[in-house]
Write a protein that binds this ligand. Structure first.
Ligand code: NAP
Length: 321
């Protein structure tokens, strides 16, 4: 049986792994379906403290992982398909690994890109539709691309894509952007970026198995038009990765895990949550790392407090706080 298993390898899970490995807790880290999480799909991170000239997201993640390994964290390749947190020890079904049992569990499975859910979108993923500019931008060298979204992600991806594409058109459903001022300004100063505001995406059109354009509806006139493009990048936010926990832990309506305010404790004693999977407000690499640290400290205290317990005893839910 493991002392503690960490699910996910974004900044939250990796920070928890660093702290727990340094505390000789021998954490086992399950990498998840998208190792490294969103940071591994991003480009330059300019606001993570300690990097005066910024740092590339994948490099930051790689360094955190090496730091955790240096202190003895064990990484396992796979993802959890089912959990039983109704009795101790907790049981996890992990693809490619089998069953694991653990005294404490940290859930840091992050969040995944939202889709528009319009006709033509899903079937054209990989044929011109993408949710990851870093992964797929290179394929659009010298071509036109469209980005949907008005938040920081859309601005960041537009700037990144402008290094490859001949033109980057931002389609947003309102005439006001949600992005922070600094990110908006940077996109507005970029000559390759054009704007198509107050438009709702209606359908992705393809020809010969390749994206040809995006049909958008003008929110004022109701008129539809085809915006021709070679590539369509969706940057409209994320959903928490908690499908496998449905009905087992308390979440909000969207699926973000509920934690006791100021802690990483979930409604099940011994199960902790950190990072974007429990945060629909801040969603930053540094806040994820911060809550990862909190989860590690919460686990340490929890395991110390339960050191003398017989782990085969079923304790049910957490006592109310
Ligand atoms: P976000 O802030 O939630 O923005 C999502 C955008 O997509 C909004 O403009 C929204 O429109 C639009 N949208 C949502 N659903 C849509 C739909 N079905 N159809 C059309 N448009 C839709 O998400 P985000 O940009 O991914 O940012 C998430 C968090 O990460 C934020 O806290 C952000 O600050 C942070 N972030 C920071 C950086 C950075 O600092 N370098 C980079 C990326 C992200 P409305 O505006 O109309 O709602």
């Amino acid at each position: 049986m493991e002392k503690v298993v960490i699910l996910g390898t974004g900044p939250a899970g990796l920070t928890a792994a660093i702290y727990l490995a340094r505390a000789n807790m021998n954490p086992v880290v399950i990498e998840g379906a998208e190792p490294g999480g969103q940071l591994s799909l991003t480009t330059e991170v300019e606001n993570f403290p300690g990097f005066i000239d910024g740092v590339m997201g994948p490099e930051l993640i790689d360094n955190m992982r090496k730091q955790a390994e240096k202190f003895g964290a064990v990484f396992k390749n796979g993802w959890v398909t089912d959990v039983d947190v109704s009795k101790r020890p907790f049981t996890l079904e992990v693809s490619g690994i089998g069953q694991l049992q653990t005294q404490a569990l940290i859930i840091s499975t992050g969040a995944s890109a939202k889709m528009l859910n319009i006709p033509g979108e899903k079937e054209n993923v990989g044929r011109g539709v993408s949710t990851c500019a870093t992964c797929d931008g290179f394929f659009f060298r010298g071509k036109k691309v469209v980005i949907v979204g008005g938040g920081d992600s859309a601005m960041e991806e537009a700037n990144f894509l402008s290094k490859f594409a001949s033109e980057v058109e931002i389609v947003h459903r309102r005439d006001e952007l949600r992005a922070s001022k600094i990110m908006q300004d940077r996109a507005k100063e970029n000559e390759k970026i054009t704007w198509n505001l107050n438009k709702t995406p209606v359908e992705v059109v393809s020809e010969d198995n390749k994206v040809k354009g995006l049909v958008v509806k003008d929110n004022q006139t109701g008129k539809e038009e085809l915006v021709e493009t070679d590539g369509l990048f969706i940057a409209i936010g994320h959903n928490p990765n908690t499908e496998f926990l449905k009905g087992k832990l308390k979440t909000d309506d969207v699926g973000y895990i509920d934690v006791v305010p100021g802690t990483t404790e979930t409604n099940v004693l011994g199960v902790f949550a950190c990072g974007d999977v429990q945060d629909n407000k801040y969603r930053q690499a540094i806040t994820a790392a911060g809550t990862g640290c909190m989860a590690a400290l919460d686990v340490e205290r929890y395991l110390e407090g339960n050191a003398a317990q017989d782990w085969s005893i079923s304790l049910g839910g957490r006592a109310d706080k």
